[in-house]
Design a protein around this ligand. Structure first.
Ligand code: SAH
Ligand code: DHB
Ligand code: MG
Length: 222
């Protein structure tokens, strides 16, 4: 978005509510140095994810799409004693950078990074008896969001929370004829989420230093 007002306000918010944090700075620096795409959540959204995890007393968190572990660290910091987070990442290079960042953040004992295509890892988690996640954060390849929704519904507990990033994409989601697979994936996800009786859900629009986007928020029925 060309308008810098939203960026300025985002920085105003993070200056107020996200204290200087060398661990987070180092994680972002390591990602940059390794040449990873700079598409992690903003600091303000990271803080929001942390607050949502706290609010849901999350003890078990599943993340789909790790990148350098920035959102992972925000979420894992909200875990209580004995809490665990599993994060799924396709790209081994991203997983390596993330693992080092998570280690430096002192969270290695709480977080496990599983490498592979998430749609292949999710059935493995289910087969291992993983279930009853308090919270799921979907943030990987957008064309597979519908598949991630199905697995999230299966793996989350009744009353659990599902969040999904990037569901508005600067309004490109409005274009039913978009030739972009990612947009079509998001459109299908948003529609499926809106029609699914197993959840109550909405989308909140986001503006900030990552442009105009949206976060889907869904709570499983009990
Ligand atoms: N949640 C991160 C950003 C994730 S970016 C943060 O905010 O800090 C999306 C990530 O999903 C990328 O690292 C990408 O490699 C990964 N990804 C893409 N396709 C995937 C797939 N099929 N399975 C798992 N991860 C995938
Ligand atoms: C992209 C992916 C993301 O998860 C994000 O937050 C921003 C952009 C992307 O693939 O372009
Ligand atoms: Mg994202």
């Amino acid at each position: 978005m060309s308008n810098t007002l939203f960026e300025d306000v985002d920085h105003y918010i993070s200056n107020l509510f996200v204290p200087a944090d060398p661990v987070m700075d180092d994680a972002l620096e390591a990602a940059k140095e390794a040449g990873l795409p700079q598409i992690q959540v903003s600091a303000a959204l990271g803080k929001y994810l942390y607050l949502m995890a706290k609010l849901s007393n999350a003890n078990r968190i599943l993340e789909i799409g790790t990148l350098a572990g920035y959102s992972t660290i925000w979420l894992a910091r909200a875990l209580g004693e004995g809490g665990r987070l599993t994060t799924l990442e396709y790209d081994p290079k991203h997983a390596t950078v993330a693992t080092a960042n998570i280690e430096r953040a002192g969270l290695a004992d709480k977080v496990s990074v599983r490498v592979g295509a998430a749609l292949e890892t999710l059935p493995v988690l289910a087969a291992e008896g993983e279930s009853a996640f308090d919270m799921v954060f979907i943030d990987a390849d957008k064309n597979n969001y519908c598949g991630y929704l199905e697995w999230s519904l299966r793996l989350a507990r009744p009353g659990g929370l599902i969040l999904a990033d990037n569901v508005v994409r600067e309004g490109r989601v409005l274009n039913a004829d978009s030739p972009d697979d990612a947009i079509q994936g998001i459109r299908a996800f948003n529609k499926a989420l809106s029609e699914d009786d197993r959840v109550e859900a909405t989308i909140i629009q986001l503006t900030g230093d990552k442009g105009h986007d949206g976060l889907a928020v869904a709570v499983l029925r009990k």
